[in-house]
Design a protein. Structure first.
Length: 98
């Protein structure tokens, strides 16, 4: 049997996988992320912190009549997410061969 790929634990969690998909499509506000993922402020903050600690998160303060913070994957986060998706694809491929 071929060696199974390692999956990046930062992404391999249901909420963080969905969060990474949103973040990979460009800057998204905290309130938009919270509403789309249907999670609490504290829960979202904890997941964003995991991405930040891994160096996968880019934040930008924006003023458009009021302040907000927009989030997106950093370049290293984008590369790591692409690697994660490839590894997940290999894992799924290995499972479909059994």
């Amino acid at each position: 049997m071929n060696e199974l790929p390692n999956l990046d634990p930062t992404f391999h969690q249901p909420v963080r996988t969905r969060l990474a998909v949103l973040l990979s499509n460009g800057p998204v506000s905290f309130s938009k992320l919270k509403a789309t993922l249907e999670i609490t402020d504290g829960n979202l903050d904890a997941h964003l912190r995991k991405f930040s600690e891994a160096g996968y998160l880019h934040t930008k303060s924006v003023f458009d009549g009021r302040y907000r913070t927009d989030y997106s994957l950093s370049s290293s986060g984008t590369k790591a997410f692409a690697t994660y998706l490839r590894a997940l694809g290999r894992l799924i491929g290995a499972a479909s061969q059994t």
